[in-house]
Ligand binder design. Structure first.
Ligand code: C5P
Length: 222
């Protein structure tokens, strides 16, 4: 029997990456950070100087793009056209641009086989917005994380400050809710819980409590 596919979806700043990494480590599974793939396309759009509004030009970049992700249980390395851009994917500019390019149907379509190939063998914890609904609708276990916008903005702001960015809390909160609104309202693969996902409100839960709960659910399926 192949290993499980575990899907974790939810809005920005809800703690998906943190818990997905911990879960992957405990299970000895791959951690698939699908947001990094959207960020990589955004990085290329920025690098090529293409306008974020020019959907046709962005779609036109895709056939000439070679994107690889080397996944491990922790960090994934992203190779774009032969260059390791892992360290350049979390800047505020790339974050904002990823949110815009991810609404382009051609981009989502192009990234589908990239994601599915990584998860093909199972033994993967995949994290994103449409994993349970679109990328791996057959996933063995699906979680949808939620948390109050205030809580998520606080977590994200703390993260940014720790990473050396000087940014105001209000700005962080506006960016985050703006991204969520775009993710929820887009026509292709909007952010929405899969009908068979277990929703977990993490607003007042510790990371350990969330992971322990998820592990118990996963263990019952192993
Ligand atoms: O998760 P992360 O913040 O790295 O994702 C960056 C952006 O990529 C999100 O704002 C979202 O718009 C998009 N995304 C997506 N579908 C996914 C993962 C990310 O649309 N499965």
């Amino acid at each position: 029997k192949r290993g499980l596919i575990i899907a974790i979806d939810g809005p920005a700043g809800v703690g998906k990456s943190t818990v997905a990494r911990l879960l992957a480590r405990q299970l000895g599974y791959l951690y698939l950070d699908t947001g990094a793939l959207y960020r990589a396309i955004a990085w290329k759009v920025q690098d090529m100087g293409v306008s974020p509004e020019d959907q046709r030009a962005i779609a036109g970049l895709l056939p000439k793009t070679i994107l690889h992700m080397a996944c491990g249980p922790e960090q994934s390395h992203v190779l774009l056209d032969g260059r390791d851009i892992t360290g350049e994917l979390r800047t505020p500019a790339v974050t904002a641009l990823a949110s815009v390019v991810s609404a382009i149907p051609a981009v989502r379509e192009w990234l589908l086989p990239v994601q599915r190939k990584i998860g093909a063998e199972g033994c993967v914890v995949a994290e994103g917005r449409d994993i349970g609904t679109k990328v791996f609708p057959q996933a063995d276990v699906k979680f949808f994380l939620e948390a109050d916008a205030e809580v998520r903005a606080t977590r994200r702001h703390r993260e940014l400050v720790a990473a050396g960015h000087s940014v105001q809390f209000d700005q962080t909160k506006r960016d985050l809710t703006g991204r969520d609104d775009r993710d929820r309202s887009r026509t292709v693969a909007p952010l929405i819980p899969a009908p068979d996902a277990e929703c977990i409100d993490t607003s007042s839960m510790s990371v350990d409590a969330v992971v322990a709960h998820m592990m118990a659910v996963v263990a019952a399926r192993l």
